[in-house]
Design a protein around this ligand. Structure first.
Ligand code: NAD
Length: 358
């Protein structure tokens, strides 16, 4: 432990601790493994905002009876290459995995799948689902809406109307890691503001408005009552994409949309996945070559910052995985919240720490 109280935890041990916590709460062995894999995987890929720090919120919502463990999504619609699954507020890591398995099977059969997943609890880092499709050799596009307390202002507005509606696109590559473009349509993901608050940091300017609609760098402004609002990335462009996520990611598949949804502490995600099997295209081999040459061409641009170089989507996450394989740093505040969540799930704090090797 450092002086700040920050811990460095072995990823395999952290995975075991998360599994133990969810099994204690009642998750099956498989579900506990899915949730641990995705959350620790988010920390490993550099996105602490969507890592184990989400567990306290999940446990709070589960205890409130608004998140269900071991619930498999039901089929709401099947028509050729189109499937809509309803997760019934099951754990998002189970629901997302089942939805991607279905999308992969449909795309292998038809060349293309349109898969809707609605009424799921938080499905975490969306790039994780693109990676599941990439491992099966599929290109995938994901449009997601988030139903929770509004935290993002529309471009030109001054109060929160939407959430951080993310978009991801995954492209598998021959002999290389997939390209995974995956971001929130707000300038910052909410979890990154939570991480800054827990670490006592200030935010960059031009990211957040306070509850009075004035710019602020204080992360606490997002969590005050009434709360402030994050700004959309790319002004009208990100704001427009967030709106399209409401329509494609949820309204189209019969899911809830922001203006008509009561809020609570739960985080509902709805996701439209379009999965494409490049094997159905005649020029499949040429596609691999094209992607390789294109990426080389882009990366060959003389770097503006020689230290950073030119990266393509997915590369920062791969770098983080290499750096964090030896240990994941968790700030003291988040660690305390995790211990409390373990206790709340029925796992003694000492057992949580023992599993985590701390
Ligand atoms: P971000 O701003 O860190 O951007 C990440 C994307 O940009 C990645 O594709 C990454 O590879 C790429 N990237 C980053 N730096 C780059 C560089 N220098 N050169 C080239 N590419 C680069 O992401 P974010 O908006 O903070 O989102 C973080 C995570 O939050 C995402 O995984 C997202 O799915 C998740 N999220 C989830 C929800 C939900 O409700 N489930 C909501 C919002 C966000």
């Amino acid at each position: 432990m450092k002086d700040t109280g920050e811990l460095t935890v072995d990823p395999a041990a952290l995975t075991r601790a998360v599994q133990a916590l969810f099994k204690q709460a009642g998750s099956s062995e498989v579900e506990a493994a899915l949730v641990a894999d995705q959350l620790v995987g988010a920390n490993l890929s550099g996105h602490d905002s969507h890592g184990v720090g989400m567990i306290p919120r999940y446990i709070e919502v589960w205890r409130a009876g608004e998140l269900h463990l071991n619930r498999q999504p039901s089929v709401a619609l099947e028509a050729g290459a189109i499937t809509v699954l309803d997760a019934g507020m099951g754990l998002g890591q189970s629901a997302g995995h089942a939805a991607m398995e279905r999308a992969i099977a449909d795309a292998k059969r038809h060349g293309l799948a349109l898969n809707g997943l609605r009424n799921s609890h938080h499905i975490g880092r969306i790039g994780h689902w693109a990676e599941q499709c990439s491992r099966a050799g599929l290109i995938s596009l994901h449009f997601v809406n988030v139903i929770s307390n509004p935290v993002v202002a529309p471009f030109g507005g001054s109060d929160a109307r939407l959430v951080t509606n993310p978009i991801a696109i995954g492209v598998p590559r021959a002999g290389a890691a997939p390209l995974v473009l995956d971001f929130a349509t707000s300038k910052l993901a909410v979890g990154k503001v939570r991480v800054a608050l827990n670490k006592g940091q200030t935010l960059p300017p031009d990211v957040l408005l306070d509850a009075a609609g004035q710019p602020t760098q204080d992360p606490a402004a997002l969590f005050s009552t009434p709360n402030g609002a994050l700004l959309p990335f790319g002004d009208h462009k990100g704001s427009g994409l967030a709106l399209m996520c409401e329509i494609l990611g949820s309204a189209l598949i019969g899911g809830p949309v922001m203006h008509a949804s009561p809020t609570s502490r739960r985080i509902v995600n709805n996701m439209l996945t379009i999965a494409i099997d490049p094997g159905f295209f005649a020029a499949h081999g040429a596609l691999d070559d094209s992607i390789t040459q294109l990426v080389d061409w882009v990366r060959a641009s003389p770097p503006a910052d020689p230290e950073a170089g030119v990266m393509v989507a997915g590369e920062p996450e791969n770098r983080a995985r290499r750096e964090r394989a030896a240990g994941i740093r968790i700030d003291a505040q988040t660690w305390h919240q995790l211990e409390d969540a373990a206790v709340s799930a029925g796992l003694a704090a000492a057992d949580w720490r023992r599993h985590a090797g701390v």
